[in-house]
Design a protein around this ligand. Structure first.
Ligand SMILES: [Zn+2]
Length: 356
């Protein structure tokens, strides 16, 4: 059995889209429950609310508490008013993941309004779950994807550049993890589709990242920013959307999960740690040094970390700490389980030593 849930039902990216969001939302519902990240909602509400009023769409807003945790999903689920026909997640990946988990529990369709280009959460039927303190637990799959994804290019361009940089790191992993993960499934059509999307991720990121980062620094909603935004959302989502477990995350995310053991990494953005995990993956997979060098030189151009040191861990980790990371990376819920061959703790610690 192979399940493909390729993407969101409808995806719109446009500058100034929030000003006419009501025109889109009314096609899917009239009674909304909005889960908004605090900062995200303060930005979006100014332009969205007049449009909701114009189309006579009723809505209630709950401010997202900050972590996509089981506790937060329970809290939100309890305050959804009777008669709501659409759940709307506004914000970053965590707010959207919590909103989709609420929607899935209640059997109500949901809309994603991402305000930062940090992950592909807006187009995937998964919620990554954390403890209320932000420690990764697992991810849950839902029976539905978003019915509508609205991306306002002006809002993305106005967001902190660090999110897009992190999104680039996370999306680059689609290719490097995808080709390793897919080994042995190359003739499988949904897997081929996933890999084709992964190749589009790699090519578009290689071509436009540098300019997009520069434009994000001056808050310019340029063509390069649009290209990278669509890649982080749509192309990245399609990789696992088509290929599912054959092209989803593996060792780069596995190492990311293991890094939970290092306190200094807790506040670091997901995609920055995944970018580091890609380098570790390339070493674990014994890839040629020219390939590893090529990836590192791309990182240096745009500002992704090529070592734990650059990631902000400004001390030499002891063997004991490295082994703790490796064992966490090998825990049963870690993405490391999607590697096509057994990975040992020694392979992980060896790879991590090579990155420094
Ligand atoms: Zn990721």
């Amino acid at each position: 059995m192979h399940l493909s849930m390729a993407s969101t039902n409808a995806y719109v990216q446009e500058q100034g889209l929030m000003k006419k969001a009501g025109e889109w939302l009314i096609k899917y519902g009239k009674n909304l429950f909005i889960v908004g990240g605090k900062t995200a909602w303060s930005k979006v509400s100014v332009v969205l609310e007049p449009s909701l009023k114009e189309y006579e769409i009723a809505y209630e807003v709950a401010i997202f508490a900050g972590e996509s945790s089981y506790e937060e999903v329970d809290r939100l689920q309890k305050i959804v008013p009777h008669g709501v026909d659409l759940i709307v997640g506004v914000g970053g990946g965590k707010a959207i993941d919590a909103a989709k988990a609420v929607a899935a529990k209640l059997g109500i369709p949901y809309v994603a309004i991402p305000t930062v280009a940090g992950t592909c959460a807006c187009v995937t039927p998964l919620s990554v779950m954390y403890t209320p303190d932000g420690v990764f637990i697992d991810f849950i799959s839902h029976p539905q994807n978003s019915i509508l994804t609205l991306v306002d290019g002006d809002i993305i361009a106005d967001s902190p550049v660090s999110y897009m940089l992190s999104g680039i790191g996370d999306t680059l992993a689609k290719w490097y993890e995808g080709i390793v993960c897919a080994r042995g499934h190359e003739d499988h059509v949904p897997t081929k589709l996933g890999l084709a999307a992964a190749r589009i991720c790699l090519e578009t990121l290689t071509e436009y990242s540098e300019v997009a980062i520069k434009d994000m620094n001056s808050k310019t909603p340029s063509y390069a920013v649009q290209q990278i935004t669509d890649t982080i959302f749509l192309s990245a989502g399609a990789v696992g959307g088509f290929g599912n477990q054959n092209t989803r995350a593996c060792a780069a995310h596995g190492v990311h999960d293991g890094l939970t053991a290092v306190k200094e990494t807790h506040q670091m953005m997901h995609g920055m740690k995944v970018a580091y995990g890609i380098i570790a993956l390339l070493y674990i997979d014994n890839q040629p040094s020219e390939e590893i060098e090529r990836v590192k030189s791309f990182y240096r151009k745009i500002g992704l970390p090529t070592s734990l040191f650059e990631l902000g861990v400004k001390r030499k980790l002891s063997d004991e700490e490295l082994s703790k990371i490796a064992h966490l990376a090998l825990s049963p819920t870690s993405f490391m389980r999607f590697m096509p061959y057994p990975v040992s703790a020694a392979m992980i610690t060896e790879a991590m030593k090579k990155t420094e």
